[in-house]
Design a protein around this ligand. Structure first.
Ligand SMILES: [Zn+2]
Length: 278
């Protein structure tokens, strides 16, 4: 495999927060460097259910993850496995659910916190964190700049073709402070500033880059149901491909086959939605 792509998932950022608070990403849309669309999550618009759909391209009704309390090794083909079948090297810097869904369940804190497995059929290079003890009084999230740096480190040292990064910081901030707050404004502003310097670096290394969320949040910081604030978020794409008209709403199930098509990997029969980049 000679193509490269990074998927950056900022957990729980509703559509309305991106334009208002992510000035670097919006600046790249304004000058034509990036393309932006609205994406709509599956139902339930709950984190674990969305993670599994993002990477398998099938609904929660099909993969069976009904929520954060029901995490298991997913049966359907997923992006990591398809990239491996096509000879690509994969990596992930993410919450431990991603390791459980797509590599091994249950999560073993010592074995699975960091692994390099060149022969793996799914994730070759994993760097995970569990957020055990997470709650309103303690978010238990790593600094996002450390996560972005870790992914960059894997790209440089391990030659990833496909890298996935997922951070829960903004989802946790939304649950804690809700959306009409100085804290939430500041958290999004800081995320945008921390992320921005890495994007030109990743592009210079030959990666296409997608920045998006798993779901939104409503004014009270809630998500899980059928509601535009809970389901809709932005997707920014940095790369050479062209997408649909700017006002098109993309289905979350289109993301997995789109990533595979950009990498030149085989799209399995289970991923029935159409790629949106071509
Ligand atoms: Zn989430």
């Amino acid at each position: 495999m000679d193509r490269k792509l990074l998927l950056i998932i900022l957990d729980g950022v509703p559509w309305r927060n991106w334009e208002r608070l992510f000035g670097n990403l919006e600046g790249w849309v304004a000058d034509g460097t990036a393309q932006k669309w609205k994406m709509r999550s599956v139902l339930p618009s709950t984190s674990a259910s969305c993670y599994a759909s993002i990477h398998t391209g099938v609904t929660p009704q099909e993969h069976g993850c009904t929520g954060n309390g029901n995490v298991f090794r997913i049966k359907q083909p997923d992006v990591f496995g398809q990239v491996r079948k096509s000879g690509g090297v994969t990596g992930a810097v993410a919450h431990s659910f991603w390791s459980e869904f797509f590599n091994r369940h249950p999560f073993d804190y010592v074995r699975d916190v960091e692994y390099d497995e060149p022969e793996s059929e799914t994730i070759n290079h994993g760097r995970f964190h569990s957020m055990t003890g997470y709650g309103m009084a303690n978010q238990m999230t790593p600094s996002d700049v450390d996560l972005f740096a870790t992914l960059t480190n894997l790209c440089l040292k391990r030659g990833l073709n496909y890298g996935m990064l997922h951070t829960c910081t903004l989802d946790s901030m939304g649950h804690r402070f809700q959306h009409d707050s100085h804290e939430m404004d500041h958290a999004c502003f800081v995320m945008d500033e921390m992320l921005a310097p890495f994007i030109p670096k990743w592009r210079a290394l030959g990666y296409e880059v997608i920045v998006t969320a798993d779901h939104g949040q409503d004014a009270r910081g809630h998500h899980g149901g059928r509601d535009p604030l809970q389901q809709e978020f932005a997707l920014y794409y940095f790369g050479e491909a062209q997408g649909p008209e700017a006002d098109t709403v993309i289905d979350q199930l289109q993301l997995a086959p789109t990533i595979l098509s950009r990498l030149g990997a085989e799209i399995p029969e289970t991923m029935r939605a159409a790629p949106f980049l071509g």
